[in-house]
Ligand binder design. Structure first.
Ligand code: PMP
Length: 405
């Protein structure tokens, strides 16, 4: 794949920031959108806009078909057995909350266990704290090693017969490493627990096959994989989705409505109360088509190579600390420069047109474990080139000089 050519398909990347060509290295927070996705959303609003599942008129039929075709595309993209295992949500956070509120709140009781690690993003942490509060279940943490990762032996020791849910990020948004999801699924299943996978950082970069991973739930964040904001996905095994109750009630999700009670549609539609995110789903379908045309394996290899190229040079900068193991980094590098606060690093980099993320990255527990208040993070995606990394390195050296004075 040719990243320089791909870059041309992203109109936003053509601009200059503070008189430098924009170098966008914050895709782990939100990825940019190619012209195809922007056009698909525009085309929907210009030609097909109508509500879905209701109108019998032409526009209503077109909108419904496009929305449901997106569900099929997502199912194919992650290797689900059926589109009926795909629930559209507002994002990864909403999808995780749906599993926590609907599935976990029902199956967990006093003394049951939810197993997770301090590596988790707040979106895959706080919903489980809420389940624990509501049900009397306890949160059990897989111990982290000094570099922030955990061992499969420690997962084995932490999961017990009382464990109902094991949850993990497929790829950490701070360390950039991939966790051993498949092995964790085996461990969870042996003890009768389900495995929930936060795929917000993996789906954009890796070929995902939920059946191969053998996970029970998998969540996706559309905006991190070139789709619009406001669209995400919950994949759930059919049998599990069928047994779960909706958590939002109203139009669209119901079947028969009486004076005192109502019944609802089957999964996944029972989870999509109200007018759904139609334009978002259409944008997501186009984003998937775009990524598949380039090839997920090619994207993964490009991201890996670029990350390695960046890391090798960053390691040569004096007093620059990189967090997490070097092996298997998927598209991001989290670091600190000397004693300079990460926000200051990001602010000076911006004056050279380089956009990176700084702060706790919604991972306060991991920051505490690594004994830092905040870190800087450069993340790479299919439109980034070696020239972008060179500009990052140039700007980092300038930042270092700036704070020396
Ligand atoms: N999990 C991880 C690992 C993430 O990086 C993010 C986004 N920062 C989320 C969950 C939340 O995703 P969303 O913005 O789609 O709610």
């Amino acid at each position: 794949m040719n990243a320089a050519e791909i870059r041309e398909l992203f109109p936003i990347l053509g601009q200059r920031v503070h008189n430098y060509p924009l170098v966008y290295l914050d895709s782990a927070a939100s990825a940019q959108k190619p012209i195809q996705v922007i056009e698909a959303v525009r085309q929907y609003y210009e030609c097909d806009n109508a509500n879905v599942h209701r109108g019998v008129h032409t526009l209503g039929i077109r909108a419904t078909e496009a929305y449901e075709e997106s569900r099929v595309a997502v199912a194919h993209f992650i290797g689900a057995s059926s589109e009926r295992e795909i629930v559209f949500t507002r994002g990864a956070t909403t999808a995780l909350n749906l599993v926590a509120s609907s599935y976990a709140q029902t199956v967990c009781g006093e003394g049951d266990e939810i197993v997770l690690s301090e590596m988790e993003h707040h979106s895959n942490l706080i919903p489980w704290q809420q389940v624990a509060k509501a049900t009397g279940a306890v949160l059990k943490y897989i111990p982290l090693q000094s570099d922030g990762t955990f061992s499969i032996e420690d997962v084995e020791k932490t999961v017990t017969n009382r464990t109902k849910v094991v949850t993990v990020s497929h790829v950490s948004n701070v360390l950039g490493i991939a966790n051993p999801v498949k092995q964790m699924a085996d461990i969870a299943h042996k003890k009768g627990a389900v495995l929930v996978v936060d795929g917000a950082q993996s789906a954009p970069h890796l070929k995902v096959d939920v059946r191969e991973l053998d996970c029970d739930f998998y969540v996706i964040s559309g905006h991190k994989m070139c789709a619009p904001t406001g669209i995400g996905v919950l994949y759930g095994r059919k049998a599990l989705l069928e047994q779960m109750e909706p958590i939002e009630f109203g139009g669209e999700m119901m079947d028969h409505v009486g004076l005192q009670k109502a019944t609802w549609k089957e999964a996944p539609w029972k989870f999509e109360g109200g007018t759904p995110i139609i334009a978002g789903a259409i944008g997501l379908r186009m984003a998937i088509r775009f990524l598949e045309q380039i090839g997920l394996d090619e994207i993964a290899e490009h991201d890996r190579q670029l990350t390695r190229y960046a890391e090798e040079q960053m390691r040569e900068i004096d007093q620059l600390t990189i967090y997490g193991p070097s092996d298997g980094r998927v598209g991001l590098i989290t670091f600190n420069l000397d004693q300079v606060h990460a926000h200051d690093v990001a602010t000076v980099l911006d004056t050279y047109g380089v956009a990176i993320r700084s702060g706790h990255h919604c991972c306060q527990l991991l920051m505490r474990h690594l004994d830092v208040g905040s870190t800087a993070r450069a993340s790479f995606y299919l439109y980034n080139t070696e020239a972008d990394v060179d500009q990052l390195l140039f700007a980092l050296k300038k930042t270092k000089e700036y704070f020396k004075e």
